[in-house]
Design a protein around this ligand. Structure first.
Ligand code: ADP
Ligand code: MG
Length: 214
C-alpha cells in the first residue's frame, strides 16, 4: 500500500517530480499492469514498491509493515524473502551459467550449495530449460535468457513479483511464452505488478493502472 507517495529527483539543479502524491492499494494475489508514457514514473513506482528507493515523502506498507521504517539490512532481508524482480534487460551475469545465475538469490539468502543447486535445477525445469542449465547467457536466445531470469525470480519463492517491461526485448511468440509463465506464477497465488508499453502484455493483467506525470 502506497500512501501519499511523492518522489522527487534533482537533475541539473532542477527538481523533477517522478511520483506526485500517489496512493495505491494492491491486494494479495492481484495482477496489475502499469501503463503510461515514458517518464511518467513507472520505474520509480516499482522501485519504491520493491523497497529499493525510499520515497521523498509518504508511506509504503507491505503486510502491515512500513518498509522504509526498517533498517537497510532488515529491508534487504525482507526484499530477498518476499519480492522477486524481472527486468526488460534480463540482468543475467554473463560469465555464469543458467544454473549459477538462478543460484545467486539462494546463495544470498544463505542456502547450502546442495540446496542452491537442487532448487535452481527445479526452477529451470519449471521454465522448460532443463537442457540448458550449463549454458551461459550468450549461448541462449533472448526468450531463453528471460526464462532463466524468471527461474531466478522464483528461486526464493517470492510472494510478490515486480516486472519492469518484462517482454520489452522479445518477439511476439516469446512474449506470449513469458506471459504464460507470469500468468502461472499468478495462479500459484503470487501478486504481480508489471510495467508494460504493450497492450497485448497488459491484457494478461486483471486491472490496468495508467500513470501520467506521476
Ligand atoms: P518511466 O519508467 O515511466 O519512464 P521513470 O520512473 O524512469 O519513468 O522516471 C520518471 C521521471 O523521473 C522522469 O522525468 C525521469 O527523467 C526522472 N528520473 C528517473 N530517475 C531519475 C534519477 N535517478 N535522477 C533524476 N531524474 C530521474
Ligand atoms: Mg521505466
Amino acid at each position: 500500500q502506497l500512501s501519499s507517495v511523492t518522489q522527487t529527483y534533482e537533475r541539473r539543479g532542477q527538481i523533477v517530480t517522478a511520483l506526485d502524491n500517489a496512493d495505491l492499494t494492491i491486494p494479495d494475489n492481484d495482477f496489475i499492469a502499469i501503463v503510461g508514457p515514458s517518464g511518467s514514473g513507472k520505474t520509480t513506482l516499482l522501485s519504491v514498491l520493491g523497497g529499493m528507493l525510499a520515497p521523498s515523502t509518504g508511506d509504503v506498507m507491505l503486510d502491515g509493515q512500513s518498509l522504509y521504517d526498517l533498517s537497510v539490512e532488515e529491508r534487504t532481508a525482507l526484499r530477498g524473502q518476499k519480492i522477486g524482480f524481472v527486468f526488460q534487460s534480463f540482468n543475467l551475469i554473463s560469465w555464469l551459467t543458467a544454473r549459477e545465475n538462478v543460484q545467486i538469490p539462494l546463495m544470498l539468502s544463505g542456502k547450502t550449495a546442495k540446496q542452491q543447486e537442487d532448487r535452481a535445477m527445479e526452477m529451470l525445469d519449471r521454465v522448460g530449460l532443463s537442457d540448458r542449465t550449463d549454458h551461459r547467457p550468450s549461448e541462449m536466445s533472448q526468450g531463453q535468457q528471460q526464462r532463466v531470469a524468471l527461474a531466478r525470480t522464483l528461486a526464493n519463492d517470492p510472494q510478490i513479483i515486480l516486472a519492469d517491461e518484462p517482454t520489452g526485448n522479445l518477439d511476439s511468440e516469446t512474449r506470449q511464452q513469458v506471459m504464460n509463465y507470469l500468468n502461472e506464477f499468478h495462479q500459484d497465488g503470487r501478486t504481480i505488478v508489471m510495467v508494460t508499453h504493450d497492450a497485448d502484455t497488459a491484457a494478461f493483467a486483471h486491472r490496468t493502472i495508467r500513470l501520467v506525470a506521476g
